[in-house]
Design a protein around this ligand. Structure first.
Ligand SMILES: Nc1ncnc2c1ncn2[C@@H]1O[C@H](COP(=O)(O)OP(=O)(O)O)[C@@H](O)[C@H]1O
Ligand SMILES: [Mg+2]
Length: 224
């Protein structure tokens, strides 16, 4: 059975995929069999879902798109609305089963969440229910920009409320103009009760390989 991590973020478009791929790369560099999962993708381009393509490229086991991405919707909208438009419902049991299958094939499974932690999946369920059913330790990606302190602390609180453990966070510098960046990182270091796994600098050519250089996955401790 693999060790799994659930990667959530302070928002959509703040670097969850980038950091998930960097984590996969870092574990693969240790010789591990790794796979990335995107349970729900919303927003296709030319019949492809970029997150799924990136996670697949960063995985080193032989798996299909369907296996790592049970639900894919064309419009870039909230999963509950996308599912409604498609006349379907997101079944967390289907995702859980897909996760269990992947975890038989790899040593590390990185599950990228959708949007922010509490994004609705249906009338009654949110991303927190997905994290709970998978019951994985959570890694929080903070997109470093104005407003991120509140978003990071709210997300950490929601993770705790869901009964899950925040095992690490990553500062992803998505705003090259951000003022007092170091002080913002220090503020979160002091207030988020988990290790900082790394700080990814702003780099318009950021990718999994480069990102991995800035991450110390050993700070996740012994997770087996
Ligand atoms: N450290 C960084 N520096 C520059 N651009 C970044 C960085 N991290 C992510 N990006 C870019 O920001 C965009 C959103 O990142 P992505 O990982 O797809 O976010 P999410 O998965 O949270 O939606 C992408 O175009 C990505 O290349
Ligand atoms: Mg993504």
């Amino acid at each position: 059975m693999a060790a799994g991590f659930f990667v959530t973020g302070t928002d959509t478009g703040i670097g969850k995929t980038t950091v998930s791929c960097a984590l996969l790369h870092a574990f693969a560099a240790q010789g591990k069999k790794v796979v990335g999962m995107k349970p729900i993708a919303a927003g296709s381009e030319n019949g492809k879902w970029l997150d799924v393509e990136q996670l697949l490229a960063a995985s080193n086991v032989n798996i299909t798109r369907q296996q790592i991405n049970p639900y894919a919707f064309d419009p870039p909208i909230s999963p509950h609305l996308a599912a409604q438009q498609a006349g379907t419902e997101i079944d967390l049991a289907v995702i859980h089963q897909a996760y269990l299958e992947l975890s038989k094939q790899a040593e590390i499974v990185i599950v990228e969440g959708v949007g922010g932690f509490l994004v609705p999946f249906s009338q009654h369920q949110t991303g927190a229910d997905l994290a709970r059913i998978l019951d994985l330790p959570v890694i929080l990606v903070v997109g470093m920009r104005l407003g991120c302190l509140n978003h990071a602390l709210l997300t950490a609180q929601a993770i705790r409320t869901a009964g899950l453990t925040l095992v690490g966070w990553v500062a992803n510098c998505i705003d090259p103009q951000m003022l007092v960046l170091a002080q913002n990182i220090a503020t979160l270091k002091q207030r988020l009760d988990c290790p900082l796994l790394g700080v990814l600098p702003f780099d318009s050519k950021m990718n999994a390989q480069k990102g991995a250089e800035f991450l110390d996955v050993a700070r996740l401790g012994n997770f087996r």
